[in-house]
Design a protein around this ligand. Sequence first.
Ligand code: GLY
Length: 382
Amino acid sequence: MTHQLKEALNYSLNIIEQNINTLTYFPERCENGVWVTAEEKRIPSHWVDGFWTGLLWLAAVHTQDSNFETAARAWTQKLAWLKHTTDTHDLGFIFYLSNVLGYRITGDESLLPDALTAVETFTQRYNPRGEYMQAWGHIDGPPHERGRINVDLMMNMPFFFWASARTGNIKYGQIASRHARTSRHTLMRPDGSIAQVADFNPDTGVFLRQETHQGLSHNTCWSRGLGWALYGFAEAYRWTGSELFLYTARQTAAYAIANAPQDKVPFWDYNSLDIPNTYRDSSAAAVIAAGLLELEAGETDATLAARWRAEAEAITLSLWQNYSTRETGIPAILLKGSRSVPHNWMEHPLIYGDYYFVETLVRLLRPDLESTLFPRQVLHVG
Ligand code: GLY
């Protein structure tokens, strides 16, 4: 197995190197063998930009090749303009995998001011009445926008936890901890599945209903969203020590394992009526594998820890054996991602699938980098 995982990482590094030489914009999905950028004018579309910088930083630390670091710094610098925007709920995805990851790898403090400005900007999306971060839309938008969260936001919470640890200002960690608690209570279901979206009355903070955006329906389970929940709650546990978050991450992990198809790569929604004749989402599998390793790192039960790791390895091996772009000439790593089936965007390589695949490979193969890349500390956020 290790031999195949090493082969997968080497292959991925070659693809990343090739893309340094050809990309002139942040990649989002591959169409007809060409990377397509996020829509330039829509700020929320830039949620993917940190995955390309994240790949470059991981390549840099693994290889110690200065070409990767030079590229990682240059592309990270291109994200600075986003630090003042209040129009996206994904500043965490963007800055955690660029400036914060770069700082962890290099110790270069010049990478910090942009990240700390971004995190302060990001706090403006917090609704203290409902104790949640607003998902899509403007912060002064209509009630249906101001009253909406999604499970994707859980992956933005580590940026807040990190900022508290870095600055000593507990307010960032409190926002993240409260949002995670609200997400646990409104998005999770007893069987370990999740709803993508929850709606609130933004003026009273009262929870109204579960909904979806990229899943089949309000009462089904969108597979990448399950991955966001698994990874997000697992990391929230390691920053807070809250048993509620550990329990939640375990529930999502157990759901993912129990409901995985034979090759371990889920369909786009676990409850799609068309299974098995519908679309896979390789990016969901990659996020789930990465989340399982984050859960393993904080797991207090040795038997469960071994289970999470074995599953992460099995998923990653299947992605490499059954979903890689080998011998296709496509300048991405994984085939068959589903950005959003309800919007008719599927069957593409996706930059976030590639990022979490490589993160998992590095984490499996380079335990010596664990404390550099994935440091956590328990904050006393209440
Ligand atoms: N966070 C957006 C998505 O997962 O598609």
